[in-house]
Design a protein around this ligand. Sequence first.
Ligand code: FES
Length: 215
Amino acid sequence: MANQAVSVNEAGSGVTRREFLYYIWGASIVLFAAQTVGLLIWFLIPRFREGEFGGQFILPLEAVPGVNAEPANFPDGRFWLTNLNTDEPNENMYPAPEDNLPIIGVVALYKVCTHLGCIYSWTPANHRFECPCHGSKYRLDGRRIETPAPRSLDRFQVLALAEDKSTVLAESPEDGDHYDALVLPSDTAFVSVNTGLRKLGLKQTPLCVFAGNCP
Ligand code: FES
């Protein structure tokens, strides 16, 4: 009689106790799966704050070095900022024999040597970047002067920004899988370097080959 009474009650509510427990169990599994997927996405999608390596660095125009002057060092962003013009050559920046077009504009160079990842630096006395590990050398624009580096230095994307810091006036031209120098429009107020967007340096002929003085 008691069992009969329960069955009647369960039938009356429309959902049996067993079904109810199944629903709770199913809902718990769905909730757990959703949480797991959400956490996975949270960890997989990189989020970098402005001014943190991997994110954007917004610099005032005054931070850009003079034309063919020594590069500006940004340790937090792990890049060097250079301002190039082979139409006004000097000891830092000069055209290579195979450069058909002038190289003009701003470039952000990743601070890691393309050989085995050492940190190279600018050597003012020799007017070039030099790697202390195995002797690779690079011109002001990051082009290989001497091996064993397998390619020129990698570059980050550069944007020219207006006074409001959000209007993009121009961005690094892309030459295949490579960032070219960016000519800054006259109304540029800020320059943004996106350290989350890096393209590999070109595998150009080392400059020492043209000079005939490779070690
Ligand atoms: S890591 Fe720079 S030359 Fe080897």
